[in-house]
Design a protein around this ligand. Structure first.
Ligand code: H2U
Ligand code: ZN
Length: 340
């Protein structure tokens, strides 16, 4: 297949943008930056960790002796609720060149485990189930007051994560953020044209083609998207149509937890390192509409390219022109699939 050996570009229908694919470019010599692989073994409890059970946080508050997951209000929130505002920002609609508006929101931290030294990849499917449930509980709690609740995990020092204690975050906002708004619009346009959700049709085709399927079970599939940007980017998709994450049943979450564990173990095996990544869930915003065009999915964006110490830099051409990748999504799939 010509696409696999020659530079080409692929279209990302979710984002409505192109990505440049340059197969074989990982073979070029590398004298650039080497990251330090995180190899040090963490203690099960770190007296200096703000997230460990029984320890004191930056706010001065003491964490309980939690035994499963634990959620607290971020002590340094990126957004606050309305009550904290002393000055209001006037929306300057009259001048499109100087447009700003006030935002409100809530930010929380979800500790995945009392164990400081574990990662999700090392947890049991039951424990992973608890972390997904904790995220869903937050959505249910926050959805009445907010248009969007982004849940995510930013893992590893390489990703700028400040603490190895396994944790994720919840940022709820009174606005729909850019990435969501784009996916919303593009799925809507597709649905109007095809009367079927974009990602439902997409997964169906991928399951037939099999070229980019990393792993699957009865309810879920992990694929390297045809239009993947990051070298080993994946998407987790349900095999059923569901526009909102809060509608998942316990059985569906159980099977998602099993699938997640498999994926994360494969990621860790790939470069024999605890794989850094940013991941998060996308689904319909909380707007009291039917949102039939939406399909729930998770994105995993790991930055590593060649090894535990060489990452992909999205700079230069990527910043100024468009994203580019150095190995094909099909090659990435083969490598990940072999590790499942
Ligand atoms: P990361 O940003 O590296 O994931 O760090 C954890 C979050 O935890 C971060 O958003 C919050 C930080 O604001 N945090 C607290 O709220 N209290 C603390 O005592 C430490 C960290
Ligand atoms: Zn800790």
């Amino acid at each position: 297949m010509l696409l696999l050996t020659q530079p080409h570009r692929r279209f990302n229908p979710l984002k409505n943008e192109w990505i440049l694919v340059s197969p074989g470019r990982t073979k070029r010599p590398w004298n650039g930056k080497q990251e330090t692989a995180q190899t040090e073994q963490q203690p099960t409890h770190d007296p200096n960790c703000n997230l460990c059970p029984g320890n004191t946080r930056a706010s001065g508050e003491k964490n309980p002796q939690y035994t499963s997951t634990f959620v607290f209000q971020n002590d340094y929130p990126a957004m606050r609720d309305e009550s904290g505002d002393s000055v209001s920002i006037e929306q300057s609609e009259s001048d499109a060149l100087f447009n700003a508006e006030a935002v409100h929101g809530a930010c929380k931290v979800v500790c995945f485990s009392p164990r400081h030294d574990l990662t999700l990849a090392q947890m049991t499917p039951e424990q992973i189930f608890q972390t997904i449930s904790a995220f869903i509980n937050q959505m249910n709690e926050l959805k009445t007051q907010h248009h969007w609740v982004q849940v995510f995990e930013n893992k590893g020092a390489l990703m700028g994560c400040s603490n190895p204690h396994p944790h994720g975050q919840v940022w709820a906002s009174n606005f729909v953020p850019n990435e969501l708004a784009r996916e919303d619009e593009n799925q809507k346009i597709y649905f109007e044209k095809h009367s079927s959700p974009l990602l439902v049709n997409y997964l169906e085709s991928e399951l037939n083609k099999k070229e980019r399927v990393v792993t699957e079970n009865n309810e879920w599939a992990v694929i390297v998207p045809f239009w993947a940007t990051w070298p080993f980017e994946t998407m987790v998709l349900p095999k059923f149509h569901i526009s909102n994450m809060t509608a998942l049943t316990n059985d569906q979450i159980t099977s998602l937890a099993e699938m997640t564990q498999k994926l994360l173990i494969a990621y860790d095996r790939l470069f024999e390192t605890s794989m850094p990544y940013s991941m998060g869930w996308h689904f319909a915003p909380f707007n009291n509409q039917e949102n039939a065009h939406w399909q729930l999915h998770a994105h995993y964006y790991p930055p590593l390219l060649r090894s535990a110490t060489v990452k992909k830099f999205m700079v230069g051409y990527e910043m100024l022109a468009q994203a580019q990748r150095d190995l094909t999504p099909e090659e990435a799939t083969q490598q990940l699939k072999a590790l499942i």
